[in-house]
Design a protein around this ligand. Structure first.
Ligand code: FO1
Length: 312
């Protein structure tokens, strides 16, 4: 049996970790957003791929969600002394990832090959694949002008008011080989959209040429876990962006965002009253907060069981 998970940043990586823990090695493919990628200080940085890779290898900084545990910051301190840009925090160990990825890209390797190579080196047993090896860049049009994603998200701390999101290159970008293989797997049993920001992490994936069509042609259930609990995002600016884009800031808004694409939506017990209003075909109500490894495994098992119920 095989399962495909779509993930972006920190929230997505948590459920991906739970799924990786409860599924047999090789049964899970995690397809990761690349819209947050950017060139910075002369290196290529793929934050969502690194967050998923570090999380599945157990090396991630659990409090922060991104970056490595036990990190040191000598490089940042030395860069500061030289007057370099230090708004995007790059730890000393994290820098190895960016330098080695950049070296391999310049040597002609694809992002997929590099990502798989790093995962294998770090002992990860579930394939992690970028959704595309072609450039896709989230561009945020705000009241403070048009911003590259990390300028909006990190440098300006999501303060600007979002007017529009675009995913430059997405229409021309091709689905990556690993993503296409997972989608076409004859033993595929479920597609799970992890509780990542629907706009910043999942929409860039859906915007890639052919992805939405491939998902609509699926023969297995596709479910999403709502990243909004009680009108608040668990982490990050999802609620703020929903509000700025004029959407209902609740699981209702998430359901209407995904529309008919979903077979089921998992919402938190806090939002149980919304269950009957949600137009998605099926709604499961459970504790969707992932506070620790047990929570991540439990939610993963419940998501798989929910998909199983929808399949039969
Ligand atoms: N997020 C921050 O809020 N501040 C940072 O300085 C920062 C640095 C950083 C470095 C490497 C990396 O892989 C992620 C990093 N992130 C940082 C998180 C990143 O901006 C987001 O996780 C994604 O782009 C959105 O999910």
């Amino acid at each position: 049996m095989s399962v495909l998970a779509l993930a972006g940043g920190v929230g997505g990586a948590k459920l991906a970790e739970g799924l990786a823990a409860v599924l047999p090695p090789g049964a899970l493919t995690v397809a990761v957003n690349v819209g947050d990628d950017f060139e910075h200080l002369g290196v290529r940085i793929s934050p969502d791929i690194d967050t998923v890779t570090y999380t599945l290898s157990g090396l991630n900084n659990q409090e922060q969600g991104w970056g490595l545990a036990g990190e040191t910051w000598q490089f940042m301190d030395a860069l500061e002394r030289l007057g370099g840009e230090t708004w995007f925090r790059l730890g000393d160990r994290d820098m190895a990832t960016h330098i080695e990825r950049s070296r391999r890209l310049k040597a002609g390797e694809t992002l997929s090959e590099i990502t798989l190579g790093f995962a294998q080196q770090l002992g990860i047993k579930q394939p992690i694949v970028p959704v595309s090896d072609d450039p896709v860049r989230t561009v945020v049009t705000t009241d403070q002008g048009v911003l590259a994603f990390q300028d909006y998200f990190v440098r300006l701390r999501c303060a600007p008011i979002v007017e529009r999101l675009e995913f430059a290159g997405a229409a021309e970008a091709r689905i990556s080989p690993g993503f296409a293989t997972a989608l076409a797997a004859p033993d595929l049993e479920a597609i799970i959209i992890c509780p990542s920001n629907p706009f910043l992490s999942i929409q860039p994936i859906l915007s890639i040429g052919g992805v939405r069509e491939a998902l609509e042609a699926r023969r297995v259930p596709m479910i999403a876990v709502s990243p909004i609990i009680g009108g608040q995002a668990v982490k990050g600016p999802a609620a703020k962006i929903m509000d700025e884009l004029g959407m209902t800031v609740s699981s209702l808004g998430v359901a209407s965002f995904y529309g008919a694409l979903l077979d089921g939506l998992m919402i938190d017990t806090v939002d149980a009253a919304l269950k009957d209003e949600i137009a998605v075909t099926a709604v499961a109500v459970t504790d969707t907060m992932m506070r620790n490894a047990n929570d991540r495994r439990r939610l993963a098992r419940e998501a798989l069981a929910f998909a199983e119920r929808l399949r039969s």
